[in-house]
Ligand binder design. Structure first.
Ligand code: HEC
Ligand code: HEC
Length: 202
């Protein structure tokens, strides 16, 4: 508690609500960070512009503050989401700003681009939904239930790591690029067939 207020509150807010400001210290909402192990990792790694705490706090202090975040600050528990409901909810509530592909949100909105959601942890996504950083609206429990939040998070995480049937994964560039890749493939095949035919005759 004490350590949290001294070391973390200036970026994440006194109750982990997150700070929205165009300042470099802005840290996200922590309300879904219910896994002390993940908090420990964040302390060791220092994601984005968060400092690493390895040399600032002792190991037992890092454990203490991780437990505080996971058990006292975190209030959203993500379990039992429904993937297809999540897709519908995402298209209805998020896609206008973050785009359907989840990747590379681009729409210019009140001067701020909605960021790509790639690589965001489930807990960060859930926190952002409840919190509404910057120009993003907040979605309180009266609008989206915990189960609906869990479904959206499942959907986003699923779209980011699509199951790739058969062999090595083609890097996920979204439908347009994939269509293009398919066309290149078709042209290449025609080319090869023509080349083989030529070779057969000559
Ligand atoms: C200088 C500002 C700053 C301070 C101080 C800070 N953080 Fe952060 N923290 C951030 C930023 C920025 C991110 C977002 C990284 C991202 O978007 O991937 C973050 C992310 C996190 C995450 C999310 C990890 C994930 O991927 O789900 C946790 C947990 C966290 N911080 C806990 C803490 C704790 C506990 C402390 C205090 C010991 C602390 N932070 C201090 C700025 C800060
Ligand atoms: C009106 C446009 C708008 C809508 C609707 C919207 N967002 Fe956002 N979102 C934003 C903007 C803009 C930001 C960047 C805020 C900032 O950087 O201060 C953001 C930030 C985020 C972040 C934080 C990324 C980070 O770096 O920590 C996540 C996660 C997120 N949105 C998820 C969602 C989800 C899920 C939904 C649907 C439930 C949604 N958003 C709906 C505009 C929107």
């Amino acid at each position: 508690m004490q350590i949290y207020l001294q070391q973390c509150a200036k970026c994440h807010g006194p109750t982990g609500e997150g700070i929205s400001a165009a300042v470099t210290i802005a840290g996200p909402n922590l309300w879904a960070e219910d896994d002390p192990g993940r908090v420990m990792t964040a302390l060791e790694v220092g994601p984005s512009h968060m400092p690493r705490f390895e040399y600032i706090l002792s190991v037992s202090q890092m454990h203490a503050v991780s437990d505080y975040v996971a058990h006292t600050i975190a209030q959203i528990h993500l379990n039992g989401g429904d993937l297809s409901r999540g897709g519908e909810l995402f298209r209805g509530n998020c896609a206008a700003c973050h785009r359907t592909a989840v990747r590379g949100g681009g729409l210019v909105f009140v001067g701020t681009n909605a960021p790509s959601l790639t690589g965001k942890s489930a807990a960060l996504i859930a926190g952002a939904i409840r919190w509404g950083p910057g120009p993003m609206p907040r979605f309180p429990p009266s609008v989206l239930s915990d189960h609906q939040v869990a479904s959206i998070v499942d959907y986003i995480r699923y779209v980011q790591q699509p199951a790739s049937p058969g062999g090595s994964a083609l890097n996920w560039y979204g439908p347009v690029a994939e269509g293009f890749v398919a066309w290149v493939g078709v042209l290449l095949m025609i080319g090869i067939v023509m080349w083989i035919e030529k070779g057969g005759k000559g």
